[in-house]
Design a protein around this ligand. Structure first.
Ligand code: BTN
Length: 250
């Protein structure tokens, strides 16, 4: 898939830029990549610390042909693609913390923010925004104990340019495969083999309250299966929920 790629030295947020580019007529496969974000966005209204340096901040515009109900796994598909590329590059301890954080040695190196744009004609598009800490030496105080960089954990790092190329290539392969079967079933085993919180005690934080259990894996919709203390299995949908380890971030 040939992508139209827009490069920026500084931008507020590549996700916001993709929304503007789409409004200007750009289509499926458009990418915005920046060296720095002045208002980088994280999940649940958080900010994404995006200093200048050889980090990677990019967003990809997707206009899928399948129903929007099947689009929630695109974020897991990107996490799988990022983990796969890091592993191919030798980062063997790159793992996925459900649904879409990439962690190394229990700390986060990559976050993914997926946003859906519902259109007046009933159609939709999806923006998948990826932030990867390649060589941050310092983090803001609120994330200093949970965030890390590839350089810090691995001792060396790919360049942001080569990482972007490889992630996009693997993502399109995974995306095409998903378009054909429109189920996460075929990716489940691969995804679970990278799942840092598989068979681990987790705390599920929902708007209505929190509970603990053991994460057993994912179902074909990409939802997390959690075995609660009374032995029941519940499925957790990523939307409003946060999952933490009992003793730490993972
Ligand atoms: C998270 O909270 O884990 C998600 C972080 C996503 C950050 C990326 S950086 C590129 C893109 N642009 C943004 O403003 N956010 C995403």
């Amino acid at each position: 898939m040939a992508n139209q790629i827009y490069y920026y030295e500084t931008i507020d947020s590549t996700n916001e830029e993709i929304k503007r580019l789409e409004a200007l007529g750009n289509s499926h496969g458009t990418i915005a990549v920046a060296r720095e974000q002045s208002a980088g966005k994280g999940r649940r209204g958080r900010q994404w610390y995006s200093p200048k340096g050889d980090n990677l901040y990019f967003s990809l515009l997707l206009c899928p042909d399948f129903e929007k109900e099947k689009a929630s796994v695109l974020t897991l598909l990107m996490a799988l693609s990022v983990a796969e590329v890091l592993r191919q590059d030798g980062c063997e301890n790159a793992m996925i913390k459900w649904p879409n954080d990439i962690v190394m040695n229990g700390k986060k190196v990559c976050g993914i923010l997926t946003e859906m744009n519902l259109k007046a004609d009933g159609g939709y598009s999806v923006i998948v925004g990826v932030g990867i800490n390649l060589d941050n030496a310092e983090f803001t105080e609120d994330i200093s104990t949970t965030a890390t960089s590839i350089l810090r954990e691995y001792g060396r790092k790919p360049t942001s340019k080569e990482l972007l190329q490889k992630i996009v290539k693997i993502f399109w392969q995974n995306y095409d495969a998903y378009c054909r079967c429109q189920s996460f079933e075929n990716f489940k085993q691969h995804y679970e083999s990278y799942l840092a919180n598989k068979d681990a005690y987790v705390k599920v934080l929902e708007p209505q309250g929190e509970y603990t259990g053991i994460a057993r894996g994912i179902n074909q919709k990409g939802e997390l299966i959690v075995e609660t203390e009374d032995g029941d299995c519940v499925t957790v949908y990523a939307g409003e929920v946060s999952v933490r380890g009992i003793y730490g971030y993972v």
